[in-house]
Ligand binder design. Structure first.
Ligand code: F6P
Length: 485
């Protein structure tokens, strides 16, 4: 099999990039690409490429059999080759009667049964029927988990704050420093607090440590406190049972930790926004899945985001990807995508076990766009490092000052400015950006946004011939830590 860089389409792209080397932003024709689907639009007009580039990138995608690889993902083939598993996060949001067969068995009955458990639990808690050991209803929900068992739920709770039940409060404990735990529990009452221990493996050190601390928070003479105050969500039910937890919701080895936001790992959001709204979150992700596997590449938002990213990384040699959000609701999206992208594609060994000779997943960073103006924008305007990125805003704020600021910054960073009276005020521009705009931040659009980035990451993994679903570096580092500890 030919290496990626040996493909004709790759060589042609390299020559094409060289031919565009002296082009500036204004040399590229506008109206290159503007896509809309699932109440999300993406404006690619601030990229440093032309229509020909897009055609060449699509040719590359065809040469690596991307269409087949998308089919492999969705149909449950073993795409996570090193761990010999499918990666079926898309099955978690199927809302029709489709079957998905893994090892000869339809997995959908288990998915639906777990959804039903989520419905019952969320209804009981919201209606005040789930009682603590002293027969008081639950008031505070605490998610204990880290990485993929924390970022997604944490992001959803903040992003959907306008939809959450205000009679309950939602908290997160992830880290092992004592303050992480103490700060959350200081003002809570054990009688009315429910813990969700979210851990796919149930062996993660930080989560185990915090769960033991949560057990100790209850008076040991209290009967049934684990039964009434703890729910585990895990693929390792035995381990949760050994720890004395009786309410256990499953996830499965075909759900990657960083791809688990549509599973019971996100039970806290289901409780907070209610089961019906949680179903619309799943429906939003499902709509994006359909767009992903049904649309032609030219019109396919995850595919075009991935190809554009690849162009910037491999042909313009820009290794950082900046995410700037112009809505408070999406601030935690940056941390979420950091894990999703960097744990999936931060790799330099290909699917055949060879070291690769091209750049892969970018360094993802960012935060609140407008706060950045008063913090690190200086580097974006005039620094010596190249940056590409996504600006994300809400259409519902199009008449608000925040979106005016977002558009102004995109214009400055892409077009540049040359103040004749102030030579050191020169901003050269040429920062390749996507402007991603959600109609508004609802459970549905949030589901679509998450699926958009999940699929972008998968497509890039396919193009780079790496496995986006394992994390062997993290595992090695963990093993080394244990040996040296
Ligand atoms: O150590 C990294 C990691 O394995 C992530 O991939 C994962 O999301 C996180 O730890 C938490 O893992 P778990 O859900 O098994 O506790």
């Amino acid at each position: 099999m030919k290496q990626l860089t040996e493909l004709d389409s790759w060589t042609i792209l390299e020559k094409h990039a060289a031919s565009l080397r002296h082009h500036t932003f204004t040399d590229f024709k506008k109206d290159k690409l503007h896509l809309n689907a699932c109440a999300i639009s993406i404006n690619f007009n601030y990229q440093l490429y032309d229509q020909n580039t897009i055609e060449l990138l699509i040719k590359l995608a065809n040469d690596v059999q991307l269409k087949n690889k998308i089919h492999s993902l969705i149909s449950g083939e073993i795409v996570n080759k090193s761990e010999q598993r499918p990666a079926l996060h898309t099955a978690l949001r199927i809302i029709d009667n489709s079957q998905v067969i893994v090892d000869g068995t339809d997995i959908m009955p288990d998915v639906l049964a777990t959804r039903e458990q989520m419905r019952l639990i969320s209804t009981q808690i919201k209606s005040g029927k789930w009682l603590g050991y002293s027969n008081k209803p639950i008031k505070d929900i605490v998610n204990i988990g880290i990485g993929g068992s924390d970022f997604g739920p944490r992001f959803c709770i903040e992003a959907l704050s306008k939809f959450t039940d205000p009679t309950l409060a939602y908290h997160f404990i992830s880290d092992a420093d004592p303050d992480s735990f103490d700060d959350v529990l200081t003002n809570l009452n054990p009688e009315t607090t429910l813990f969700i221990v979210s851990s796919k493996s149930f062996t993660t050190q930080e989560t185990h440590y915090n769960t033991q601390k949560a057990f100790s928070w209850f008076d040991k003479s209290t009967k049934n406190y684990k039964d009434k105050h703890f729910i585990a969500v895990t693929a390792n039910a035995d381990k949760a049972q050994q720890m004395g937890i009786t309410h256990i919701l499953p996830i499965w080895n075909w759900v990657g930790g960083r791809y688990s936001v549509c599973s019971a790992i996100n039970l806290i959001t289901c409780i907070a926004i209610g089961y019906e709204a949680f179903m619309t979150f799943l429906a939003g992700a499902n709509q994006m899945d359909k767009h992903f596997y049904e649309s032609e590449f030219h019109e396919n938002m995850p595919v075009m985001l991935a190809l554009t990213g690849l162009w910037n990384i491999n042909f313009l040699h820009i290794s950082t990807h900046l995410l700037l959000v112009y809505t408070k609701q999406l601030e935690k999206f940056v941390a979420y995508v950091q894990q999703l992208d960097m744990e999936s594609n931060g790799k330099s060994i290909d699917n055949e076990g060879h070291f690769i000779n091209y750049a892969t997943g970018p360094i993802v960073w960012g935060g609140s766009g407008n706060q950045a103006q008063h913090s690190y924008y200086q580097l974006l305007c005039q620094g010596s490092h190249k940056v590409a990125g996504d600006f994300i805003s809400l259409k519902q704020f199009d008449n608000e000052i925040i979106n005016t600021m977002c558009k102004a910054k995109i214009k400055i960073l892409s077009e540049g400015i040359n103040p004749l009276d102030k030579p050191n005020g020169l901003i050269t521009g040429g920062t390749p950006l996507n402007h991603i705009s959600l109609e508004s931040c609802t459970p549905t659009t949030l589901g679509s946004l998450i699926a958009l980035y999940e699929h972008k990451v998968y497509v890039q993994g396919v193009l780079w011939n790496i496995n986006s679903f394992d994390q062997p570096g993290v595992e090695s580092a963990k093993a080394a830590r244990l040996v040296s500890a």
